[in-house]
Design a protein around this ligand. Structure first.
Ligand code: HEC
Ligand code: HEC
Length: 419
């Protein structure tokens, strides 16, 4: 990744005492932040960085909403800095993003999968580049250009910190200063505050906690290759005590047939379709030389990048278009997409958020998506509840209040499958 490495940042931190800071909106001041991380966190929470002022990164990425949330919008897609600016997609979590690989085509045997990149369509390779997008996006923070953002930073309470970090002359070069905003935010996003691994699941795999029978059964169904088969995509390894072996995503792109969210303004046009990897918010990526010649990019139109499921139950809306407002409905969709398509797509019962040319890209050869309608739902109502209970165990503990660290948790290793 570009920018200042963790080690460099650490060295800087050792040289410089942390300057005092104002209390932050959501996360309490983190005494263990490096100066660069601290700076990134201040920028992240600065409401004056939008036009008009009032919308910070944090407003769409709230720790209490799974590091996502849509700035007060209830239609499943984000509202920007004015009431009229309604975007086309649901906010993603900015936690655990340090694990996102660069966009690439992964070829394993016969399988070709687009993988990685930031955003639902993978269009930004790094957190540094991603962070600059919302600042200039008219439907998000709506600044007219890089210099106008830099002028706001130069007038902010943390301007001196910015100069200490990037040089006393940094504001005389607005284009360079703009890039450094991305460097600071990316450092904050890579900090342990945003990959805390403090969920009940993490406790369990480290032998410090125990699941209820319902949570344990939910995990079983989630992993069962004949039931949810969720873990075949949302990768996990409960036998490893290392939480980063359970990121609940392999970063691949799929078209799963999410129903159309009719409330999205651009969807008022019946011939508009969000094709994810094929645009309109990005140019179709060029196929790389490892991809067999008989594969066309068209095969991937309508695919979106899989997210981690960590903290997912705290979200207010799910999937790229925010169609789902209730986590139980998400799991029901997986269970009944094939058995009850009318429930999701209306009377025709045919996937309704892709043009007919791309309906064939929707995954239908893997559990739970490979069932004939006559086979019935992939999960019982009770199993759906259990999976929801399991997903709730993936939420991190609320950030500890500032102050002396709590004593380490002690416990005995328990049966990972509960009692
Ligand atoms: C108005 C709401 C809004 C604001 C403000 C906002 N975001 Fe986002 N964020 C989104 C949406 C929506 C997406 C998904 C967009 C897409 O895929 O096209 C997103 C995606 C992201 C992602 C990608 C996560 C992933 O898994 O790929 C990161 C990281 C992120 N935002 C960080 C930021 C930062 C940093 C800022 C401030 C500079 C910011 N956001 C401001 C709504 C917002
Ligand atoms: C074929 C791979 C695949 C399988 C199997 C799969 N998922 Fe997903 N999952 C995805 C992809 C891709 C997305 C993002 C889709 C989109 O928004 O278009 C996703 C999104 C989600 C989300 C929403 C995340 C968010 O941030 O909005 C949840 C929750 C979820 N999956 C849960 C599950 C559960 C529970 C199962 C098993 C019943 C499961 N998934 C099985 C690929 C898969």
């Amino acid at each position: 990744m570009a920018g200042v490495s963790g080690l460099q940042a650490q060295n800087l931190a050792q040289q410089q005492p942390h300057p005092p800071q104002a209390p932050l909106a959501n996360t309490p001041p983190q005494p263990n932040f490096t100066r660069l991380e601290n700076l990134g966190s201040q920028i992240f929470k600065d409401k004056s960085l939008s036009e008009p002022r009032g919308t910070s990164c944090n407003d769409c990425h709230q720790a209490t909403s799974g590091f996502a949330g849509n700035n007060g919008s209830r239609i499943g897609v984000a509202q920007g800095s004015t009431p009229q600016s309604i975007g086309g997609r649901n906010a993603m979590s900015n936690a655990y993003t340090s694990f996102i690989p660069k966009f690439q085509f992964r070829v394993t045997g016969e399988d070709v999968d687009p993988v990685g990149g930031f955003f639902w369509d993978g269009r930004a390779d790094t957190a540094e580049i991603q962070a600059l997008g919302p600042l200039l996006n008219a439907l998000e923070m709506n600044n007219k250009d890089a210099p106008s953002v830099v002028r706001k930073i130069a007038a902010s309470p943390y301007a001196q910190m910015f100069k200490d970090e990037f040089g006393s002359q940094i504001f005389t070069n607005p284009n360079l200063a703009f890039q450094k905003i991305g460097v600071a935010i990316a450092a904050f996003e890579r900090s342990s505050a945003l990959q805390p691994f403090s969920s009940k699941y993490d406790q369990l795999i480290q032998g410090k906690g125990k699941f209820t029978p319902q949570e344990a059964n939910g995990m079983k169904v989630f992993m069962d290759v004949n039931k949810g088969n969720c873990a075949s995509c949302h990768l996990m390894n409960p036998n490893s005590s290392k939480p980063s072996d359970s990121l609940f995503t392999d970063f691949a792109f799929y078209a799963t047939g999410i129903p159309r969210n009719m409330a999205i303004p651009r969807n008022a046009n019946p011939s508009f379709f969000d094709l994810g990897l094929c645009g309109p918010d990005r140019a179709k990526p060029a196929l790389t030389s490892n991809v067999p010649a008989n594969i066309s990019i068209e095969k991937f139109c309508g695919t979106f990048r899989m997210t981690s499921l960590r903290n997912t139950s705290e979200k207010k809306a799910w999937m790229h278009n925010g169609f789902f407002k209730d986590l139980r409905d998400v799991v029901s969709f997986y269970a009944t997409r094939n058995s009850d398509p009318k429930r999701w797509y209306g009377p025709k019962g045919v996937a309704n958020d892709l043009p007919s040319a791309y309906i064939g890209n929707i995954i239908n050869d893997r559990v739970p998506f490979n069932r004939p309608a006559s086979a019935g739902p992939a999960l019982t109502e009770r199993e759906i509840d259990d999976v929801v209970a399991f997903l709730k165990t993936l939420s991190d503990a609320p950030a500890p209040p500032p102050g002396p660290a709590l004593p380490p948790l002690v416990g005995v290793r328990s049966n990972p499958f509960g009692n």
